[in-house]
Ligand binder design. Structure first.
Ligand SMILES: [Zn+2]
Length: 301
């Protein structure tokens, strides 16, 4: 065996054994000695689940992927979120955001609510009567978790270094029959680096937020509604103007997400795209000036 080949093999083996990210990208050098914000877009197949760990080590979970059904083989709470929290020694969640009550966003939360100490829940507050949603509400009530229905302009206070603002629903929003459009939208800003979390909002809400005059600009965008063509309008993308975006999507999902024309909109704007079906967990680390993106794997299309 040639020496160079042996060396490559050894490096690969070390990467696999110690789970060193095989795909890493630097947008400037993050100063690891500074207080850091970590944002993890968890690979929960078709659904959303995003974990934020703030400089003061408090955490926020936005959505919990699918699950909660004893007949389904996949439960994001039991199989992805709780193991990730355990591995990273996170025993409690300061804030849990349920963007909207669709099963691909709250399904995995039943197991998270059962297993973890949670201080506050933020729910969009629409009237919804699925067994899954009622199970979540029952657990929130039983565990005496502080329950909030936030609205545009509210600030969520977790860490004094990080500004968190609610951009949707507005105070005058009359709940839509389409749960996607009741999604809680929040912007998280740590000095010069910001993240926009959009749930499954569609064009109607993109325009509603634009009309409100709120500042939508963000360094990193969670692509609305899994990259569906219901969302990511030109006006919205121009206002957000992200450098990097993440699509949370399951491989071969039955919805056909993401839509090719939407992928093209991002590519045409030279926005660096990550997607959980190809990249697995996508992790951002930022010191507030620069950020770094890591993903464990890069699957072929
Ligand atoms: Zn969804």
């Amino acid at each position: 065996m040639k020496k160079a080949f042996k060396t490559v093999l050894l490096i690969l083996l070390v990467c696999i054994l110690f789970q060193v990210p095989l795909h890493a990208e630097l947008k400037g050098k993050v100063d690891l000695k500074k207080p850091l914000l970590k944002v993890v877009f968890l690979d929960v197949w078709q659904g959303d689940s995003i974990l934020l760990i703030f400089p003061n080590k408090k955490s926020m979970l936005i959505d919990g992927g699918s699950g909660g059904n004893k007949y389904s083989r996949f439960d994001a709470g039991r199989m992805v979120i709780n193991p990730y929290l355990k591995k990273n020694h996170i025993s409690s969640i300061h804030d849990l955001v349920m963007t909207h009550p669709h099963s691909d966003h709250i399904g995995g939360l039943v197991e998270v609510l059962k297993a973890k100490k949670i201080d506050n829940v933020f729910d969009c507050g629409m009237s919804y009567t699925t067994e899954l949603y009622l199970d979540c509400l029952t657990l929130i009530d039983k565990k005496k978790i502080n329950y909030n229905i936030p609205s545009r302009g509210d600030k969520i206070k977790v860490d004094p270094l990080v500004d968190i603002k609610v951009l949707h629903p507005g105070k005058d929003w009359s709940y839509s029959d389409n749960p996607n459009n009741n999604s809680i939208v929040i912007k998280v800003k740590y000095k010069k680096v910001s993240f926009l979390f959009t749930g499954d909002i569609e064009e109607e809400v993109e325009y509603n937020i634009l009309d409100s005059g709120e500042d939508l600009s963000a360094t990193v965008l969670k692509v609305p509604h899994h990259g569906s063509d219901t969302s990511s309008s030109d006006a919205f993308l121009s206002a957000v103007d992200p450098e990097t975006a993440v699509i949370m999507v399951g491989k071969n999902n039955k919805f056909g997400h993401p839509t090719p024309s939407i992928l093209a909109s991002y590519e045409d704007r030279n926005i660096k795209l990550f997607r959980t079906d190809y990249d697995g967990d996508v992790t951002f680390i930022t010191d507030g000036s620069h950020y770094e993106v890591k993903s464990l794997k890069r699957r072929e299309k």
